[in-house]
Design a protein around this ligand. Structure first.
Ligand code: 8YV
Length: 310
């Protein structure tokens, strides 16, 4: 058993205590030596979306049977290389859907209503000096477009429907019997909405899907919310749209190069910045941990994963 990258401390503990897991060293030379000595002994890797297993690491683990991923997103693991080698990959779907959808809605409300900025205004003692906080943008009854109508996108749509929002979406495939309006491209979607929420999986298939053309279609009165992966959005295009006032605001839980956040965003009150916390509650992370271990146990007992990604 091999741990690749940092994990939830309690999961790291369990892996070490109950599975005698080794941890892949991070420094290149040590890592190389470790893989030469132990690479062939590894039958399963436990990792997360932060780190994953690329094709080079897989090649150094010739007897690998499974990559067990803590997290629903597995874009850092090379699933094609895994399939070619007969290596199973699992993730942790469903158990984090509610928390990620809650975060998307919270981020949308905070971004449009500027609660975080208003909180800073109070703390800075500006209320008695500068008077009432400027008016902000209504959330209820807005037109919202969702990029990626999977489990999480659908949970966001359900919540926003209760806010009276009209929902449209773009997805790789149109979803049969969906109550929401389908748009055949992200540009077409962005053109007709006031808020665009990104809930698509990361990886090569969605890289830069929300580009300058999409942001232009969203327009100077439009808002972008991203709880998916930074890679889905062209971050440079997003930053210049915000700086130039070609976009009204953005709520971001994810970034292109985490934990780095473009410095210029820090000074903008129409932007809400979160450090990738969408699934980060005690309850959801415990459920993710349990599902990770269920996958590992099933693989060790039967060779099958409980929630394989394909
Ligand atoms: C986790 C996530 O924070 O599940 C995902 O894809 O992005 C988050 O829930 C992350 O994967 C844990 O490293």
């Amino acid at each position: 058993m091999l741990q690749v990258g940092p994990l939830k401390p309690s999961l790291e503990q369990t892996l070490a205590d109950e599975y005698a897991a080794r941890r892949l060293p991070e420094a290149a030379a040590e890592r190389e030596a470790f893989l030469t000595e132990h690479g062939a002994e590894v039958c399963a890797v436990v990792t997360s979306g932060r780190t994953g297993v690329d094709a080079a690491l897989m090649a150094a683990l010739p007897n690998l049977g499974a990559v067990v991923n803590f997290g629903v997103g597995y874009d850092t693991t090379d699933v094609d290389a895994a399939a070619a080698r007969g290596v199973g990959v699992s993730n942790t779907p469903d158990v984090l859907t509610d928390c990620v959808a809650d975060t998307a809605v919270g981020l949308m409300i905070d971004t449009l209503r500027q609660f975080s900025a208003a909180d800073r205004y109070v703390r800075a003692g500006r209320w008695p000096v500068d008077g009432s906080y400027p008016l902000t943008r209504q959330v209820s009854n807005t037109r919202v477009g969702i990029v990626g109508l999977g489990r999480i996108g659908s949970a966001i749509a359900l919540r926003l429907s209760a806010f009276g929002c009209s929902i449209s979406y773009h997805n790789r495939r149109q979803v049969a019997q969906s109550p929401y309006t389908y748009a055949s491209s992200p540009v077409e979607l962005a053109r007709d909405v006031e808020v665009l929420v990104v809930a698509a999986a990361g990886g090569d298939g969605t890289r830069g899907l929300v580009d300058r053309a999409v942001l232009d279609a969203l327009g100077a009165d439009g808002y972008l919310i991203n709880v998916a992966r930074g890679s889905v959005v062209d971050q440079d295009a997003l930053v210049s749209a915000l700086v130039d006032g070609r976009l009204a605001g953005a709520g971001l839980d994810v970034f292109a190069d985490e934990p780095q956040v473009p410095e210029v965003l820090v000074g903008l009150d129409n932007v809400v910045l979160l450090p990738h916390v969408a699934s980060g509650t005690v309850q959801t992370r415990a459920a993710m941990e349990a599902l990770t271990l269920r996958n590992l146990d099933a693989f060790l007992a039967t060779g099958e994963l409980v929630t394989p990604v394909r």
